[in-house]
Design a protein around this ligand. Structure first.
Ligand SMILES: Nc1nc2c(ncn2[C@@H]2O[C@H](COP(=O)(O)OP(=O)(O)OP(=O)(O)O)[C@@H](O)[C@H]2O)c(=O)[nH]1
Ligand SMILES: [Mg+2]
Length: 483
């Protein structure tokens, strides 16, 4: 169960350092290991007299190193040169101050915003909420360079887990939030101003958070106790007298007792802590609001699906109502009508799907897919109808050519070849224009096959007409010779 450096002396004045995995990287609770850890004989004397301290902060900023240096735990810390996720899931360590005998269960938690989980925020939200619910004190690590940035101290994550804590895990116990500014350089910063900024940031988080009605008039000071500490870069300063003094003070403030503001009493004895943590973790995993993108995607899928189904049914009804009229309409009217029919039903989709639009990128992305599918369905129906219309237009063009030929037959003067070529060209151009007018705007359906088909029909027809005409001319000549 022990991880890393178990045989070396703890760096500071705590005697217990061993740690256990409580939740693994897949989010599975390690109940057996947790039970074995929490039900050790030595915890009998702890009873409820201890503090639970949790961790929150970006990946690889030295959270585990900080806990080890400060509390004497032996959490795994990054050893290689590559910056990559070291702590996975949640690890638990029991520590006791040798001098003051104050005790704590310390939770080392996987860092946020790591590249390993990409944009998937579900695990960090679950782990953050678990920490907020089971801990008396949550230590939030903030790199000094981040102070002043919009998402310093993971304010978005903080807002979400506070919302869920208030909604689903109400309790009257005050939670200590301790912001720890890391890599603090006293020469380059005004600590008092940094502290004011951090508290103002937290006030913003509290006012933005959606709260159940019973918290409508609650001040954040009634739920949280917020403090700010600053530490230099531990890699170079950990063993200096100043840093050791800062840590001593930090421990005194966090481990409870007179003047610390922290009650060293956990509501649950250590031996029952594994069951408590297990029940909270189960509930946290059931909290759908934490999986915001997933929930939004589900919501948008259902809404998009329904809106698309309705719009398609409305389109089908409007299409069959227009049927007979459309058959007779000219190409331009046909094209205008089908184009506007498509627009109207896409607009109807937009209106229905957008009624509860969340305006988020995730929501819009899902709706875009449904809209695209709806458009494809309508366009495919219109394309089938267009092909029928194109056949009708082709027949109309051919009968116009026939009329042209009949007019020649009635007069029988002029060169038949030139006359037919004129008719053929008019027929081609007319059909090309009609086919183009009859398409749905922006679709650019290829009218060439239709024009090619008519060209072939006309070529055959013209050959026949020319043959008949030359036979007729030769019989007229023969008659003339005979006379
Ligand atoms: N900048 C800075 N780096 C530190 C400090 N303390 C330790 N580190 C370094 O940060 C790196 C990561 O240390 P860890 O303690 O494993 O960091 P972590 O935040 O627990 O990392 P994850 O568990 O992956 O989130 C190591 O290379 C440490 O040497 C510190 O005070 N400042
Ligand atoms: Mg770590």
């Amino acid at each position: 169960m022990s991880r890393g450096g178990a045989d070396k002396e703890p760096a500071i004045t705590f005697k217990e350092g061993e740690c256990a995995c409580a939740v693994d990287k897949d989010g599975d609770l390690k109940k057996k290991a947790l039970d074995a850890f929490c039900k050790q004989n030595r915890f009998k004397q702890w009873g409820t007299n201890f503090v639970v301290i949790g961790t929150l902060g970006k990946q690889q900023i030295g959270k585990s190193s900080f806990l080890n240096a400060c509390f004497g735990s032996e959490f795994q810390v990054r050893s290689g040169l590559r910056k990559e996720l070291t702590t996975e899931g949640v690890w638990l360590s029991a520590v006791q101050d040798k001098d003051t005998a104050k005790r704590a269960l310390v939770l080392d938690v996987e860092g946020c915003d790591g590249k390993e989980r990409g944009s998937d925020k579900l695990m960090e939200r679950r782990l953050g909420l678990l920490s907020l619910v089971v801990c008396n004190v949550l230590v939030i690590h903030v790199p000094e360079v981040d102070v002043g940035c919009e998402d310093a101290a993971n304010r978005t994550l903080l807002r979400i887990i506070i919302e869920e804590k208030l909604a689903n895990f109400p309790s009257t116990r005050k939670i200590i939030l301790r912001f720890v500014i890391r890599d603090f350089l006293a020469q380059a910063n005004d600590l008092a101003a940094l502290k004011t900024d951090m508290v103002a940031m937290f006030e913003g988080v509290w006012s933005e958070a959606r709260k159940p009605s019973r918290y409508a008039n609650t001040k954040w000071q009634e739920v949280f106790e917020v403090g700010v500490s600053a530490f230099p870069d531990l890699r170079t300063s950990k063993d200096t007298e100043d840093c050791q003094e800062l840590m001593k003070q930090f421990r005194a403030e966090l481990l409870g007792g007179a003047g610390s503001g922290v009650s060293p009493i956990c509501a649950t004895p250590v031996s029952a802590f594994s069951d408590w943590l297990a029940s909270v973790w189960t509930k946290v995993k059931e909290d759908g609001a934490l999986d915001l993108p997933g929930t939004i995607a589900l919501f948008a899928t259902a809404r998009g699906h329904r809106a698309a189904r309705r719009a398609l049914a409305d389109f089908d009804a409007a299409w069959s109502a227009a049927g007979k009229e459309l058959e007779k309409s000219d190409a331009t009217k046909y094209g205008d009508f089908t184009t506007s029919l498509l627009d109207v039903h896409l607009h109807s989709f937009d209106t229905q799907a957008g009624e509860l639009g969340l305006g988020t990128d995730d929501y819009d992305e899902v709706l875009k897919t449904h809209r695209g599918e709806l458009r494809e369905r309508i366009v495919s129906r219109l394309r089938d109808a267009y092909l029928e219309k194109a056949s009708a237009l082709k027949l109309a063009a051919l009968s116009a050519f026939d009329e042209h030929v009949s007019a020649y037959n009635a007069k029988k003067h002029g060169d038949i070849g030139e006359y037919l070529a004129r008719g053929e060209s008019r027929c081609h151009n007319g059909l090309r224009a009609d086919l183009s007018s009859a398409t749905v705007a922006d679709e650019n359906w290829d009218e060439n096959p239709q024009v090619k088909a008519i060209a072939e029909s006309l070529a055959q027809e013209m050959t026949v007409i020319k043959t008949i005409e030359s036979l007729r001319m030769s019989s007229v000549e023969e008659d003339g010779n005979r006379v």
